[in-house]
Structure formats: C-alpha cells, structure tokens
Design a protein around this ligand. Structure first.
Ligand code: UDP
Length: 380
C-alpha cells in the first residue's frame, strides 16, 4: 500500500512545541509517512525544541539571517519550500498557527496544488494589526487550507462564519499534548533555574511581541520594576527572547534588581516546569496563556486583546493591557489579596485534553478515505 506522505512545516519555537507531539503521533500510523521540513525562522530556539522531543528534520531550509524583514523571511521560505515540495512530493502539507513560515508554506503548497491542513486554526482578534503580522497570516492560511484543525468550538465558529473551504475538526490544542512530554519529574536542565529559590513566590514572565515594541514594552518593564521594588520577597524570572530589540529594552530597564532574574531562553521542558513551580505568570505570549491555566497558575496578559478568550471567561487569565498603572494594579492585587489570588488559581483546560494529535491524525486518515469514522470532537 502506498503511504500517505504528510509533511509538517514549521520554523519558530512556538510552532515547533505545538507540532512536535503531532509529528511523534503521525509516526505511529502505518498508513502515514511523516516528514518534517523546518524553515528555521528561529534557529537556536527551534533546535532546542527539536532536541527536547528527540526529532530530526528531513529538510532544513535554514533561512534565519540578521535583521531580516518580514518580506525577507516570507520570500526565502516561499522559494525554499517550492524546491522542497518538488523533491519530497508530499500528499498533504501541515502548517501551524500564524507565523510567516505558516503563511509561506501554505502559499507554496497552494502553488504546487498540494492540500494544506491548518493546525491551530480559527483564532482571531479581528484586528488586522494586532497581533502583527499573525492575525493576517492566520486569516490568509484559513483561505488557503482545506483541512482546519480548530482547537476549540469558538475557533471553529470563527471559521464557519468566514465560510472557509473544506472541513473543520474541533481537536483541542496540541500544546496540551506537548505538556504530557515536558512536565516530567519537574527537574531543571538550566543552571540559572537551579539557582532560583522556589521557597519564595516566583513570577514567571515573558514579553517579546512585535506589537509591544517601543512604548508598550517600556511600560511593561517599568511596571515590573516597580512591583519588584515593592516586593523584595518575590522573585521575577524572565527568560528573554533572542530578539535584540527585546534584550536591549529589558536590560535597559530591569538590570540591577536582585529579585529580577533576566535569564537565557529556556528549553520547553524548563519553561513548562518553571510555570508549574511559579506563583503566577505575566506574559504577552499566546502559548503561555494556554499552558498556565492547565497548571492552575493565574496569568496576567500584557496585551490589549487576546485571541484566546476561553481562559479569560474561565477566570484564570486576566487581560491587563500595556499601561504601567494597570499592570502594577493587577499584579499588586494578586500579590497582596489571597482571596483574589485563590479566585484565579484553579486549573482549567479549555484548550485541550491531551488528545488533539490523535484527533488530527484520525481526521487526516478520514479525509483520505482511510478511516470510516470522523474523530470525536474536543469538548470542555
Ligand atoms: N517558551 C520556551 N522557552 C522560553 C519561553 C517560552 O520554551 O524561554 C515556550 C512557551 O512555553 C510556549 C512557547 O514557547 O510553549 C511560546 O512561544 P512564544 O512566546 O515565543 O510565542 P507565542 O506563544 O506568543 O506564539
């Protein structure tokens, strides 16, 4: 029997974390030949995820360069993927989420008339410039794909309202599957994390989004400085993204405080384990908004909007915006009011139950006529 050649394409850290468990799942099915192509839009951070999950890329486009514009990334990936698809001849291309790699891969597959499956489909803010360029990337991929793997019922409803072509499956988010691999025994690889005193309350934070560059990021870091100065008994742990813009801003405002640890990016295991041992999370990341609720950790989102309303509705995530006084007020509330903290600190899993990858694999087989039944839907 000829196997169905399924090629997963990804290039950044968050895509890799969420596609890795799917690549591992696809390897289990005798009807599928699972291939991986990485664009390496982020080089080191991607390689760290591949190592964590014991994966090796079949094709590596290695497109990362210094000071690249979005156009550089998109055109390099598009050209590289055209060649890759010519050589590999996949039957289906899987892309994830909303990066420039995601958009380029979906477009390159469309040009080659190869069907596209979109993992983590249907997230929307309905603001074309926020997050930028992610909102437009995911909308455009929604038009190009014919298999849509929506994590939640809300995401699926967004796609139905847009009348996308093809089939929509509600699968849960693969990040919850990833956490089954990463949480493990909770021990750290990073020496910097081993040195943190977790008998104190620890705030895990990340901040790197492009739309926060400039004033919003300065506000966020100034707020963190003020909170850290007010609470010498609380430790902030901030693994800083590789982006030079973020590094400069973070060091400029946060250097010199004993209780703010600016550390190197963590591997996925350490990041998830750090969150599981923390008191709360402050972040502008999308992925952390999905991961922390499943660990019962309150999250303050350092953005004006979110495409992940489910945990806000469940009461474990609060959208606090990017104004200094709002961030200070919301963090103070959690640090000083145990009742407010307890109200937010309960584990919820609105994003998945750890079976998203199995559902996606079954949906692919169903779509190819290799399974009679549709997979079950993820329900909260
Ligand atoms: N992450 C990580 N190491 C870090 C910071 C984040 O492994 O030092 C993980 C995090 O747990 C999540 C993903 O990277 O799974 C989020 O990536 P990022 O914040 O870059 O992007 P976003 O989620 O906003 O797309």
């Amino acid at each position: 029997m000829k196997k169905l050649k399924v090629m997963s394409v990804f290039g950044t850290r968050p895509e890799a974390i969420k596609m890795a468990p799917l690549a591992l799942e696809l390897q289990k099915y005798p009807e599928i030949e699972s291939l991986i192509c990485v664009t390496a839009q982020h080089r080191e951070m991607l390689d760290s995820v591949m190592d964590c999950f014991g994966l090796k890329a079949d094709y590596d486009l290695n497109i990362m360069g210094k000071n690249q514009t979005l156009t550089d990334v998109t055109t390099k990936a598009l050209k590289g993927l055209e060649e890759c698809f010519k050589v590999a001849q996949p039957d289906l291309v899987l892309v994830h989420g909303d990066t420039s790699t995601t958009f380029s891969a979906a477009l390159a597959a469309f040009y080659a008339k190869i069907p596209v499956g979109h993992v983590e489909a249907g997230l929307r803010t309905y603001d074309r410039y926020s997050p930028f360029p992610e909102e437009m990337n995911r909308c455009l991929v929604g038009r190009l794909a014919t298999l849509h793997f929506a994590p939640t019922a809300k995401n699926a409803a967004n796609l139905t309202a847009e009348a996308v072509t093809g089939d929509i499956f509600i699968t849960g988010n693969t990040v919850i599957d990833a956490m089954k691999y990463t949480i493990g025994d909770g021990s750290f690889n990073s020496e910097e994390l081993k040195a943190i005193d977790f008998s104190k309350r620890v705030v895990a934070m990340t901040c790197h989004r492009r739309e926060n560059y400039g004033e919003p990021m300065q506000n966020i870091f100034s707020a963190v400085r003020e909170i850290a100065e007010n609470h010498s008994d609380v430790e902030f742990v901030y693994p800083i993204h590789m982006s030079p813009i973020v590094r400069e801003a973070a060091h400029g405002i946060l250097d010199g405080l004993d209780n703010v640890k600016l550390i190197e990016p963590l591997d996925a295991m350490d990041m998830h384990r750090l969150m599981s041992k923390s008191f709360m999370v402050m972040t502008d990341s999308g992925g952390l908004q999905e991961e922390a609720p499943s660990l019962g950790k309150p999250v303050l989102v350092l953005r004006r909007e979110t495409e992940r309303p489910e945990a806000v509705e469940a009461g474990t995530v609060k959208l606090c915006g990017v104004k200094k006084e709002d961030i200070v007020r919301d963090a103070e509330e959690l640090l000083t009011n145990p009742a407010a903290y307890d109200k937010m600190a309960h584990a919820v899993n609105p994003y998945g139950d750890g079976s998203a990858c199995r559902r996606i694999a079954e949906a692919i087989l169903y779509n190819a006529g290799l399974r009679e039944e549709k997979p079950d839907e993820f329900r909260v």
